[in-house]
Write a protein that binds this ligand. Structure first.
Ligand code: ZN
Length: 234
């Protein structure tokens, strides 16, 4: 899988939201990353509110927008302070979560944010990219999926067991992240779900995504060419 990053194109985008929309489109234009729908992206920025106060804001993909064609208007601005408080709650129903995400919006007219917004907000990185990449899901869905992810990626990815998307997944992912993070960490695999990568720049988060999915594709190709052993059942 090739990176679609283009310096000339990227140079047109002067602000972080435009750049966020640009690399989101690069992810969305690759069917091997988003074929089964979904995926979402975010960036954390500082904005000055009407009182002249600086606020930490999460700009996260809004529902109803497709990553392949998303524009700055497709991102919803949420107050980080509210998101971080929510992420510390023990439990919340998914209905409460959607209400609280609406409360966190700085513009009531903005689209409903991704259900994965609390997860994005809780990860301590500026740029966060998430897709349901085919090659990653293919690996996690094999027998011994977790062992295969470890064999392919070593300890560079945090591994999160499968649960349905929602508040519980955000909590579990942030707990797994805290328990497994190390200096080599570049992303998170959600079993039977997809991949998160992050970085200090839009390009870093995006290029890590492409590099990791490429590694998974290479691993799958190598394994499928190996001669069968007595341990394989099919
Ligand atoms: Zn997802």
């Amino acid at each position: 899988m090739n990176s679609l990053w283009n310096d000339t194109d990227a140079a047109q985008y002067s602000d972080e939201l435009e750049l966020r929309a640009y690399t989101s489109r690069l992810l969305g234009q690759n069917p091997a990353l988003v074929l089964h729908g979904g995926g979402n992206t975010s960036v954390k920025v500082a904005q000055t509110n009407i009182f002249g106060e600086d606020e930490a804001i999460l700009l996260v993909k809004g529902s109803g927008w497709d990553l392949a064609t998303i524009k700055p208007a497709g991102f919803t601005a949420l107050r980080m302070a509210h998101l971080l408080k929510l992420s510390k709650l023990e439990r919340m129903t998914d209905l409460q979560m959607m209400t609280e995400l609406a409360v966190a919006k700085i513009n009531p007219e903005a689209p409903a944010p991704s259900v994965e917004a609390i997860l994005h907000g809780g990860l301590p990185y500026k740029w966060v990219d998430h897709t349901h990449a085919n090659a990653i899901v293919t690996l996690t869905n094999t027998p011994e999926g977790e062992a295969r992810i470890r064999e392919c990626f070593g300890d560079r990815l945090v591994i999160v067991p499968y649960i349905m998307p929602g508040f519980d997944l955000a909590k579990l992912t942030l707990q797994c992240y805290a328990a497994q993070v190390n200096p080599r960490t570049v992303g998170i695999v959600l079993m039977s779900h997809g991949l998160f990568t992050f970085g200090d720049t839009a390009r870093e988060a995006y290029e890590r995504h492409i590099a990791l999915v490429t590694e998974a594709e290479t691993y799958i190709r190598a394994k499928s060419q190996e001669p069968r052993t007595k341990n394989q059942h099919s």
